[in-house]
Design a protein around this ligand. Sequence first.
Ligand SMILES: O=C(O)C1=C[C@@H](OP(=O)(O)O)[C@@H](O)[C@H](O)C1
Ligand SMILES: C=C(OP(=O)(O)O)C(=O)O
Length: 408
Amino acid sequence: MVRKSEVNGEVKAPPSKSYTHRALFAGALSRRARIYSPLISDDTLATAFSCKKSGSIFLRKGDAAIVGGLRKFGGYYNCMNSGTTLRILISLAAALGDHSILDGDESLRNRPNKELCEAVKKLGAEVIGGEEFKAPLKIRGRIKAGEVEISGKSSQFVTSLLFALPLVGDSVVRVRDLKSKPYVDVTLHVLEESNVKVEVEGNEYHVYDSEYKLREFQVPPDFSSISYLIAAGVVGGKVSIKNVVDSRQGDKVIVDLVREMGGRVEWRNDEIVAEKSELEGIEFDASNNPDLVPTIAVLAAVAKGKTRIYNAEHLRLKETDRITTICENLRRLGVDVKCGEGEIVVEGKGFREFKGVVDSFGDHRIAMAFSVLGLLGEVRILKAECVSVSYPKFFQDLKKLGADVNAG
Ligand SMILES: O=C(O)C1=C[C@@H](OP(=O)(O)O)[C@@H](O)[C@H](O)C1
Ligand SMILES: C=C(OP(=O)(O)O)C(=O)O
């Protein structure tokens, strides 16, 4: 439960989930790598345990994780709630594997992997799964180098192939309609650091036979997580986020988006400061930044006027169908909202009290985004513990800033 309160103070930016997954996989595929400031959360532990199960070491040394020496995939993998872990494993298990079963929790078992599994089959492995290749998936045999075309309805399909193909030989991946493109840029960044050669020509990715040689990697902060802290600042007082280093994450655009809404946000050197401001509605194209949608949707409820979030079809394929869960929860708090297939339109009425019970449906981003509205009234969040998926210290940090946060 988050109750009416003012936030004021500073917190350290939490580490990036997307970079941590990639650095752990790339490090595990290398001889021995030291990953500095990895995010330790449910999702990234799913990746770490998958690597460990496949023969990689996984040691903690101070603020670093040491990984390396992964030999071969095989047996049962529980990817828990993590789409990134499952998707990257699909191609890796088919490149270095022998009879793997990839599974996850109820939410992950509901997320389709069709286009990726079909590409992996085309490259020579056998994949058996549920309708639309939902988990559990059985993977047998191995992929060979080759050329494939794939839909980019999830960028994780592309990331998966880019991670695995260098292990089997020179290949080409042709991508149609790529959504969430900045996440592929994050993948390319980590592959670059790992001595893996990929050349990009338009929508074609030329992958070269390479050996993973990651030695060290400093995980940068997570701009999707930072978005909730910025939102708390503009809604509830003044928040300073420390240790903000730049990286290739698309979600850093949150600073510009909140400014466009009229929010006072400054990013100077390694600090972002967000201060309470009157907000107004905007038009937001969600193609590249799906994970910012819950944040923008709750800010839209506090803003004056209409906010239209569009090109958001891919939000239906996340931990929950986020178009539905965002709309349902905004309505529970009395917000005027309309939802289309890939669109959310919010009619904001400016600062007011938001009171009610919100169901996160176990989706971390829904829990974190809606907590922010509690600062203006009283919002009880069901299954709020799911924040452990990407930002385990979220409620601790909110409390540290002065928010009235209680269990229950
Ligand atoms: O590769 C990644 O780290 C991610 C890619 C995005 O998913 P899609 O590419 O499926 O949109 C994003 O929503 C997810 O939180 C993390
Ligand atoms: C969709 C997300 O992650 P994943 O796909 O890894 O489950 C997310 O963190 O919002």
